[in-house]
Design a protein around this ligand. Structure first.
Ligand SMILES: [Zn+2]
Ligand SMILES: [Zn+2]
Length: 267
């Protein structure tokens, strides 16, 4: 009986919700701050201004004191959107009725991010519901935010906006506006990047050299390839998946499903 009670007590103290939006130990390794993360531009003309906004030094991720994001020529095609060691590739395409509006994937070795991709699905952004600057800014900002090591601040679509793109909403304009990062996100980046490492994965072409080759040879566009579901919220509208290759090598996939397309919905 006592052991059952203590087990119960333990279960009750397992945190249910994340108090902050750092979701693990995951971060880019670097030997000094601020560091500059390259974002490969594989997006079409329509998305260029949104990508520029999300990297902005005034209202985007580069306003962080710990890091800058800079747009560089993409090294992949939008459809495979293959990762490049040491940086993030950003892509858009009509990926089809996959259900997902946007997704972000990071490859990690231990706690260190070695590469990432952020994808937005034009199949949904070309519809009346999502073809707005508000949705485009929110999703672009959020997917890039995940590649920096950030989680959502809030995953309830129906409460008052927190004023950050890392908060889910049914109305990006709020008020307050959920199109850009807020101070809490910058504070979180200060914590995540508060230490320095002895190695660097940023802009490191060999950051992935010790990864199993299979990790780079993935077709990661469909849920079947994302590995195990780590977390699901809002009846499946936001989800996190993990592919474990052993030896601390993992690929994480953050997904936001288009309204009505959550796999948990209506199931
Ligand atoms: Zn570190
Ligand atoms: Zn997300």
């Amino acid at each position: 009986m006592a052991s059952i009670l203590s087990l119960l007590a333990f279960a009750m103290f397992v945190p249910q919700a994340r108090a902050s939006n750092a979701w693990g130990c995951y971060h880019w390794a670097r030997t000094s701050n601020p560091f500059t993360l390259k974002l490969g531009d594989n997006v079409s003309f329509t998305w260029d201004s949104y990508l520029a906004t999300t990297t902005s030094i005034s209202i985007g991720w580069s306003a962080s004191t710990k890091l800058d994001t800079t747009i560089v020529t993409g090294q992949t095609n939008p459809r495979p959107c293959r990762p490049t060691s040491g940086r993030v590739e950003v892509c858009d395409a009509s990926y089809g009725n996959t259900g997902w509006l946007g997704l972000a994937q990071i490859w990690v070795n231990g706690c260190h991010i070695t590469q990432g991709v952020a994808k937005v699905n034009d199949t949904y952004f070309d519809t009346l519901t999502y073809n707005t600057p508000g949705w485009r800014n929110l999703v672009m900002c959020q997917e890039v935010g995940h590649t920096l090591g950030l989680d959502h601040q809030d995953t309830n679509f129906n409460n008052t906006n927190l004023g950050t793109c890392m908060d889910y909403t049914s109305n990006p304009y709020g008020p307050p506006d959920n199109e850009y990062p807020n101070q809490h996100d910058y504070d979180e980046l200060d914590i995540i990047y508060g230490h320095l490492d002895s190695t660097t994965t940023v802009s490191n072409a060999t950051a992935t050299q010790h990864q199993p080759p299979a990790m780079n040879d993935l077709d990661l566009s469909a849920p079947g390839q994302w590995g195990k579901l780590v977390r699901s919220t809002n009846g499946g509208r936001t989800e996190l998946y993990e592919l474990d290759f052993g030896g601390e090598h993992k690929v994480f996939t953050f997904v936001i499903w288009a309204d009505g397309n959550g796999r948990g919905r209506g199931r």
